[in-house]
Design a protein around this ligand. Sequence first.
Ligand SMILES: [Zn+2]
Length: 163
Amino acid sequence: MNCPKCGKPARKIKGAYRFRESGLGNVFLEGAETYKCPCGEEVVRIPRMAALLDKIGEAIVNKPGPLTGPEIRYLRKNAQLSSQAFAGYLQQTPETLSRWENGRRAPGRDTDLLVRLTYAALKGYGNSDRILKALTELSGRLKKKVSITLRPKGREGFEYAYT
Ligand SMILES: [Zn+2]
């Protein structure tokens, strides 16, 4: 594997890859092929991207902690909605949604749940019982900082864990 930037050989890196391209700072991938060049360039090969992005969305929806601004933005974008449209579902102005996404204001608990349910409905999650159960359980054990680690599972999919 040669560096696409300078052409020198890049070496393979072991361990989980922090998936910053997702716009999230707390998502890590196991099983991704990562290369690092002495020039600083990092190259990562991520298989099954569409399935991965949806699995991250699912992990965020079920996360045992309050949604962060970047997570709200991630859900909106992965549902392929404009700020205008998503704010409309939440019965908020796009300005308010923007403040949440930028972390300048935290949404209340009701809105946090509404964001999760809206995303789940838009994505057509079949098992709404499971989501509602997860949300009920959430109330008892909210953690402030939660990291999400994904690893390949089977031929097509991924599984996630919280740390
Ligand atoms: Zn390089």
